[in-house]
Design a protein around this ligand. Structure first.
Ligand code: AOF
Ligand code: ZN
Length: 332
């Protein structure tokens, strides 16, 4: 399938507006929609928050508000339109009612309620449907949703900071953060994009962390998960007393695969593992890590704790700067 530069541009725009829902739509995917008529973008829409309009419905609304007739226009949508009554009525019906002449889709919807149905319903109604435009980009944008649909488990991201020599902690000092303030803001943004944050008991005992999103605006807080099979953490720990949700896994803990199944059942699509090294190494050893974010600081620890993370089955896909730290992202 060959696509014109203009078509790619419309779909790029649809992917761009979809981003406006980031952090607000889960367990739904990010979805964007652009309506084009006679070579002009007449309307845009995105799935903004859970329970809100779907992208197509918002775009049709937007066109009406601007006084544009949607009849005969082409819809560029990052996800195959739904054909089911969920939190909203089917988008296929909205598109038909709006008289959309052609639909161009980036990625199919793996949701068993939708799978392939959206496209065939539109085709049966005489609408020309093409699929696969910027498909990889769309897959990247909704990777946690796709991963969860396929595995019914969360996509697992590990984030860990190390000093110049690969140490994760300095035992000569009381527990303290050794990365920059600006870096912490990026971490809070990452937390905001995750439905749950997991740590082992040692991290709670040493750091008494909150594991909440505070430095960036967020309507929701991720669920904290603490693995503590021997019930060692202090009952006065912040995660047990600050009023936000925590799953404290004590004697009932049955291993990481079962835990991921349980989190998947709770519709948790992205899990952030924030430490410490023992917990992270368990995830690595069991092959349960999808993405590894290594935050490299210039600090040098006096009494280092070496991490020895084995990333041989990973490849580095991206490098960033978070404040004073350089960040490497690895995926499998
Ligand atoms: C679309 N357009 O903008 C989105 C779609 O129960 P609901 O209404 O929240 O629907 C959720 C499902 O609909 C979700 O799992 C996914 O399959 C699809 N999302 N579909 O046509 C959209 N967000
Ligand atoms: Zn829909």
């Amino acid at each position: 399938m060959t696509w014109s530069a203009a078509q790619r541009e419309y779909m790029s725009r649809a992917l761009e507006v979809a981003e406006k829902g980031r952090g607000q739509v889960r367990p739904n995917p990010l979805v964007g929609c652009v309506l084009v008529k006679d070579g002009f973008v007449i309307a845009e829409g995105w799935h903004d928050h859970l329970g809100g309009l779907h992208a197509e419905q918002m775009a049709i609304h937007d066109a009406e508000e601007k006084g544009h007739n949607t009849n005969g226009s082409t819809a560029y949508i990052t996800l195959e339109p739904c054909n089911h009554f969920g939190r909203t009525p089917p988008c296929t019906e909205a598109l038909l009612w709006a008289g959309i002449g052609e639909v161009i889709i980036a990625h199919g919807d793996p949701n068993p309620l939708v799978r392939g149905d959206g496209i065939s319903v539109l085709e049966e109604a005489g609408i020309k449907v093409q699929s696969g435009l910027l498909e990889n980009e769309a897959a990247e944008q909704m990777r946690e949703f796709l991963h969860w649909c396929e595995n019914r488990r969360p996509y697992v991201t590990v984030k860990v900071a190390i000093d110049a020599n690969g140490s994760v902690d300095d035992l000569s000092k009381d527990a303290a953060r050794f990365t920059s303030d600006e870096c912490l803001k990026h971490v809070h943004n990452l937390r905001k994009d995750c439905c749950a944050i997991l740590v082992g008991a040692n991290t709670v005992i040493r750091d008494d962390p909150s594991l909440t999103v505070r430095l960036v605006e967020s309507e929701r807080q991720p669920i904290r998960v603490v693995i503590d099979p021997n019930n060692r953490i202090d009952p006065n720990s912040k995660v047990l007393n600050d009023g936000f949700a925590t799953r404290h896994l004590t004697s009932g803990f049955r291993g990481l695969p079962a835990l991921l199944d349980m989190l998947g059942d709770l519709e948790i699509q992205r899990l952030l593992v924030e430490g410490g090294p023992t917990t992270i190494n368990y995830f690595l050893e069991e092959g349960l890590v999808d993405e590894f974010i290594l935050v490299q600081s210039n600090a040098v620890h006096t009494t280092p704790v070496n991490s020895n993370f084995d990333l041989t089955s990973f490849s580095s896909v991206e490098e960033k700067t978070w404040g004073e730290e350089s960040v490497k992202i690895y995926t499998r």
